[in-house]
Design a protein around this ligand. Structure first.
Ligand code: PMP
Length: 400
């Protein structure tokens, strides 16, 4: 639908048209984003929040407009609740450190799920090690959805925080985060949502979800790499200490006592990625112009088509088959190694992900060496999926 805006999609790979189906790892960038970032570097690049000079003021204005754009995009009450980070991983690490310092003590419990990305497991493990807290894990049911009865039973007086993926980057399943948040809140427990795979595909509204924290990465929603967002309700961000010290995050510094800046700057030490935030702003404008509901519907249909087409091939195993998914389908071919299949797909110009997808506990549970993962974006078409299916059939023939 929008292929013409993405020059890279006209590239050839191994003599074939590139069929890019690795969007869950990162998306391609539309020309408007690339042009905007070049324009920023060529016409108004200057460090923000620091200068009285014209360019610095222009750059500051763009950065703060980008923050407001993000706040509007995810339905935050105020741009003060939007902290720019390096990405989802950085957001979760920052939160784990700050929240850990302020709110977690020995014996407390943090709850994550079995289908988390490593970046929503390891920072909490590190926090638990530091504070002698305990990490609890929501198990999965046979159909690879979260076991909600087990989840309810895991919420206790010791639980400080639940941190859960909105959409699994391996299975594509959409977790019932709104219900999970309500259940946690009923017991006074905070909830952080890893929205790295949901914000690009679904209309995510933080006030509707009522989540306390939410993270996502710009590069997965047509924006630049190296930039992410940590949303936090103002009342919690106010109470948390900064995770990093340096310029920007301070009010006054002396050797006797340093005081911190107001929100959100307290959490943004050092020069922020103000060119990247301009790129993200343009990416969000692009998505909004295309129509978020239209994209969501289109991608949902494409994902169903993807799953059905793959399932029609003999010996293809789909994970979480039949579950509603957001853009991502994981699969394997019986008796074939995913790396071998992925390599043969690549030779035919088809880019999919192979491996554990940074979710080793889940992959171990599936008892496979890894999976193949195809993931769509707004610029993919049914022809792309047909190309994947044709290439997959050929790969299977060659390997069998
Ligand atoms: N969580 C999920 C669900 C993800 O899919 C990813 C990216 N694969 C991350 C976290 C980490 O994102 P980033 O590498 O951009 O920090």
């Amino acid at each position: 639908m929008y292929e013409q805006d993405f020059d890279i999609l006209r590239e050839q790979v191994h003599g074939h048209r590139l069929v890019y189906l690795d969007n869950a790892a990162t998306t391609q960038k539309p020309k408007v984003v690339l042009d905007a970032m070049t324009e920023a570097y060529t016409t108004w690049n200057a460090n923000i929040h620091r200068g009285v000079h014209h360019l610095s003021q222009v750059a500051t204005q763009h950065h703060e407009q980008a923050r407001q754009r993000v706040a509007d995009f995810i339905g935050a009450k105020s741009s003060k609740e939007i902290v720019f980070t390096k990405g989802t991983t950085d957001s979760i690490n920052m939160l784990a450190f700050s929240l850990g310092e302020a709110m977690v003590k020995e014996g407390d419990e943090i709850v994550v799920s079995y289908m988390e990305h490593h970046s929503n497991i390891v920072p909490w493990q590190m926090l638990c090690d530091r504070k002698k807290a305990v990490l609890k894990v929501i198990p999965l049911r046979e159909d690879l959805t979260l076991d909600m009865e087990a989840y309810k039973a895991l919420l206790t007086d010791k639980t400080r925080l639940v941190s859960v993926a909105h959409v699994s980057n391996v299975l594509g399943v959409i977790n019932p985060v709104k219900e999970m948040i309500a259940l946690a809140h009923a017991r006074g427990i905070l909830v952080a949502v890893d929205a790295a795979q949901s914000v690009p595909h679904l209309r995510v509204d933080v006030q509707d979800l009522d989540c306390d924290f939410l993270s996502f990465s710009a590069h997965k929603i047509y924006g630049p790499t190296g930039l992410g967002v940590l949303y936090g309700k103002e009342e919690w961000l106010d109470q948390l200490p900064p995770a990093e010290g340096g310029g920007e995050m301070i009010e006054h510094v002396s050797f006797d006592k340093t005081t911190y800046n107001t929100l959100p700057y307290k959490f943004e030490a050092g020069t922020p990625d103000f060119i990247g935030s301009f790129g993200l702003q343009k990416a969000l404008d692009y998505v909004e112009m295309a129509g978020r509901d239209k994209i969501e519907k289109y991608e949902a249909e494409l994902t169903v088509y993807l799953e059905n087409q793959l399932a029609s091939i003999p010996n293809v195993i789909i994970y979480a088959a039949g579950q509603r998914k957001a853009g991502v389908v994981s699969f394997n071919v019986e008796h074939l190694h995913p790396f071998d299949v992925g390599t043969l797909l690549d030779q035919q110009g088809v880019a999919v992900r192979t491996g554990h997808h940074c979710a080793e506990p889940l992959i171990d549970k599936l008892q496979v060496p890894g999976t193949l993962r195809a993931s769509v974006a707004m610029y993919n078409t049914k022809e792309d999926i047909d190309a994947l299916v044709a290439a997959l059939k050929k790969a299977i023939m060659m390997l069998s």
